[in-house]
Write a protein that binds this ligand. Structure first.
Ligand code: MRU
Length: 357
């Protein structure tokens, strides 16, 4: 299996079908925004940064292949398609952030009267293309900041960590967020052991993260989600490190279902809990985690495994894809490309860094 979720060249976009992993490594072509939307919705591509990049690149493909008669037609098309892509999955905010940037960029380009229609289209396509390398660069900075901080808290000694869901190469353009921090620890020979949770019901941990850990030859063990408390009580765990799909103004964080209980267990055991994510996961428009829209997934994702029923017939299921971890449980901090911040400080710090506050 290869660890590149997204392959792109102008006019051609392929994604690794993550529904088939780890048994089958198969790339599928995405030729337009309809196919991009469907790949996101069906979870053939998943993970907040990867969703945003694939969505925008599916639009880049469509723009490359389509002719427009006027800048107004181009603008209406881009705005409509971006809104459509955002609707595929509601919780991860990165694609909404990318859509907002795309919309303001096209307006700016149109306002620049020196630019011809084709130049505007090309600049927009280039903007979407730049997301791939930018994501890898940001993830490397997250990895470095997180590893430095965690080692600083542990006298530079090798650490044992727990992670949840998938935040590695397949959930991003490359390197990963929480897994980027773990990768950076490993690169510095400071990773003693990583425990990754299975992450029911979609098993992103068992299928994707575990594959990546083995592939990278990290010292790693898989645990079921319900083993986290036992793992913390029978091992000295130095940190829990997870990703995020949306961090809101007060520092509350939405991430894969099971993150919240992991944070509670970590607090009980005095283990610092870290969230690693890029700035694009930060949503200052929502005040508190209570207002985050949590996606509810189909019941059969819980009752069947590869088409085989594993639950009693006729039982109903509640299947939220994400949960919200309150800021007070993020005791270690939020690791970003700009540094590590206490969740309650994040908004102030980011505004200061970006020069808007
Ligand atoms: O439903 P998924 O597989 O898209 O959920 C993925 C997660 O929750 C990840 O932990 C999160 O997106 C962080 S990705 C770097």
């Amino acid at each position: 299996m290869t660890l590149q979720a997204i392959r792109y060249q102008r006019g051609s976009l392929e994604i690794l079908d993550q529904l088939l992993l780890p048994e089958i490594s198969k790339y599928i072509s995405i030729n337009n925004t309809d196919e991009g939307w469907r790949a996101i919705k069906s979870m053939q591509v998943r993970g907040a940064p990867a969703i945003a990049i694939v969505g925008c690149l599916s639009l880049a493909i469509e723009l490359t292949n389509k002719e427009f008669q006027s800048t107004q037609e181009l603008k209406d098309f881009v705005v409509e398609k971006l809104d459509y892509l955002v609707s595929a999955r509601p919780t991860a905010v990165n694609i909404a952030d990318a859509a907002d940037k795309g919309k303001s960029m096209i307006q700016k380009l149109i306002d620049d009267e020196k630019l011809e229609l084709d130049e505007i289209k090309l600049k927009l396509v280039q903007e979407f293309e730049a997301m791939l390398q930018a994501d890898i660069d940001v993830n490397k900075r997250i990895g470095q900041h997180g590893a430095d901080y965690i080692l600083g808290e542990n006298n530079d000694q090798p650490v044992k960590v727990i992670t949840h869901c998938n935040t590695g190469s397949l959930a991003t353009a490359g390197y990963g967020t929480a897994l980027g921090v773990i990768r950076s620890l490993h690169e510095q020979n400071k990773l003693e052991h990583v425990y990754c949770t299975e992450t029911r019901p979609y098993n992103q941990g068992a299928r994707l993260t575990a594959y990546e850990l083995v592939h990278e030859k990290m010292e790693a063990s898989l645990i079921c989600d319900n083993m986290a408390a036992a793992c913390m009580s029978s091992n000295k765990i130095h940190a829990v490190i997870v990703g995020a799909d949306r961090v809101v103004a007060n520092g509350d964080t939405a991430n894969k279902i099971g993150t919240y209980q992991l944070a509670i267990v970590a607090k009980y055991h005095g283990v610092p809990f870290y969230v690693a994510c890029p700035r694009t996961t930060f949503d200052p428009h929502i005040k508190s985690g209570k207002d985050i829209h949590i996606e509810i997934r189909p019941q059969d994702e819980m009752t069947t495994l590869k088409g085989i029923r594993i639950a009693a017939p006729n039982i109903r299921c509640w299947n939220p894809a994400f949960d919200v971890t309150p800021a007070e449980l993020i005791t270690g901090g939020i690791i970003t490309e700009f540094g590590v911040f206490k969740p309650q400080e994040l908004q102030k710090q980011i505004s200061k860094i970006l020069g808007s506050g």
